[in-house]
Design a protein. Sequence first.
Length: 309
Amino acid sequence: MVNMKLRLILAGRIDDDNYQKTFECTEFLKNDRPLEYEFNILAMFPVQWEAHLDKIRERFGIERLSSAATCVVYSEDGEHLWCGNDFVDHICGITNFKLFDYPDDSEDPAAYKNQAKIRYNQFLRQTGHAFCYLWIAIDGQRASEKVVVELFTDLCPRTCDNFRHLCIGDMGEVKDTTSGDVIKLHYKDTPFFRIVKDGWIQAGDLVNGKGNGGYSVYGAVFPDECFSIGHDGEGILGMANNGKNTNASQFYITVGRNSWMDKQYVAFGRVIEGISVIRQIHNLKTRPNQRPQVDVVIEDCGEIDLTKF
């Protein structure tokens, strides 16, 4: 008699405790029932997971899966489909698997949350990239979550370093040799001043916040570095410019596909958390000059410390 393996996919947010519980369950099955189960593991950033979840719900039926799900176990044909917790309960009912055997053999409610933080941090470190965050206030109210961006330091090291230092604010101040103005090299307290509907949102004017100024950590401007990253969807981070080789501090985040920007603007990163905040800003009403009708300000920013765990 041939024993047919059940081939399943585990996909979910690696920063979520329910994903960690479900992942532990799949590891148990790999060891305890190797002839019965085979798994393809898809650990994802929050933004990646949101897009993947939309595809699964569209493919298998939105009534079968909540939009709030943080991980899913399913077969390619859709015959088998569980939210993470339901899958764990199912396996607990047919095997001797139980939670809290790992990570620390205790029933600490925070155990899997802590494990999620540790594994997410490891996941980020393995990319070899830098990560920065932006806390944004809209009309005086801080957004519900921070925006986290991944910087492609292997492809655009100088461009990424410019953005990273401007997020940290560790380069002090400079005096503009043309105007004589003192410019603080820090994105903190600067506004998002432009919203292009179905295009992008724009920020990073360190001079007056109106969109006609900027300054880099290398001087007034620095050259285009690399055009290998395409503007193929939502959440692409790039440098705004005033023509060839005029990058300074202004940046944009796309809200959709903008392939016409390829080879004209240097894209150097992407949003991995907080895409809902970008959408919220994009949906604001604007003035005729594309400026939002309410203040949108970078209230705080910096670099993610990947040495914490």
